[in-house]
Design a protein around this ligand. Sequence first.
Ligand SMILES: Cc1ncc(COP(=O)(O)O)c(C=O)c1O
Length: 443
Amino acid sequence: MNTQTKITPIDFQIVTQKIKDSKLESIGGATIREIKKLVDEIEKSTGERFVRMEMGIPGLPPTKVGVEAEIEALKKGVAAIYPDIYGIQSLKVETARFVKLFMNIEVSPESCVPTGGSMMGSFAAFMTLNRCNPDKDTSLLIDPGFPVHRQQLKVLGQKIASFDVYNYRGDKLKDKLESILSEGNISCMLYSNPNNPSWICFTEKELKIIGDMCNKYDVIAIEDLAYFAMDFRRDMSKPGVPPYQPSVANYTDNYILTISSSKAFSYAGQRIGMMVISDELYDRSYPNLKKYYAKDLFGHSMIYGSIYAMSAGISHSAQYALAAIFKAANDGTLDFVEEVKEYGEKAKIMKELFTDNGFKIVYDKDDGEPIADGFYFTFAYPGFSGDELLHELLYYGISAISLAITGSERLEGIRACVSLVKRDQFKDLEFRLKKFNQDHPLT
Ligand SMILES: Cc1ncc(COP(=O)(O)O)c(C=O)c1O
């Protein structure tokens, strides 16, 4: 790494000083929020605008029908009233409709439960699933993944198994899962699809493998759909018309889906998502649950045990917002996919700027097919570790996060999030990447 470079797009002395002041042991080991703080400081001191790719927050306005429904609900006085813990009826009904129309999966409204963002959904799922059977006390994370899921398991004091799926795509996934699940200690496995950070999307073949393994080893898949219908290679925008959002739910009843409103509907601030439990799992009895909850029934324990203990219900007005958003999507009056396509279009341009200047896309294929353009992509530069590259890019006004904190084994890699980058910054990005490439020539 050439830290002797004195003429960099962002003042060399200031960046060096700010990195030192941050007291971070390594930039690669820093959390997303720590990187954000450091870049805020550098921007403040230099007056230069960074190409900010570290945080996965939506860069679009919130879905209007949601805001309008929420205002109306507030005017009617819902803020004064505790919402039912299992969710308002219209939200449950519209969620079940949404799952049918956009996934072609049948669930009853009863099995659709609001959570404080999908993060709370996975937290409650881990909490409950690891109490069903004393022999199954470990959650499997299919990595790379969203670092907070690992954090949730750590906070819960629960055991974690994980592997980087990069080398186990397609048929290879079966043997890998078989080798882990046959140990008998795995209660559940979580993956996001599309995946944060790599944007890989599991193929139908892979989802079938996951579903079959869940059936064979009695493991529950927690399918994190934070980026619902955002694999823009396929148009999943039409209610009731294929193709649908792919799902493990086509292959097993052992599933919990977590559907986020944050990215697909740009509704992150209101912290609402939906947990969808398969009807079969919802009604299942696990005698061990009685140690922790009033009943041995899974759905009952989830709602009246875990979710109740965490929050006693989800923001009343936000439930009206999400009900209205789902209804509009279901009725075909809101094309939510069209609204977020901008992310994919920006990713296509930005990836090209990177690859034109010597960078490589790290996770680049879905079982042979080129990876989609979406909310995130991963990149590396020959000769650099991810940590070194993140560090060096700060001098070029570019911020991102290291794949090291995502459970990835590709330690040369960095995750870029396109959402906050404005199109008017593409020129700056191009200039900075060119300069980086000139300063670090490839042989
Ligand atoms: C894979 C994944 N899951 C969950 C979340 C969080 O979703 P929510 O805002 O609904 O809690 C994110 C947000 O970045 C994510 O990337």
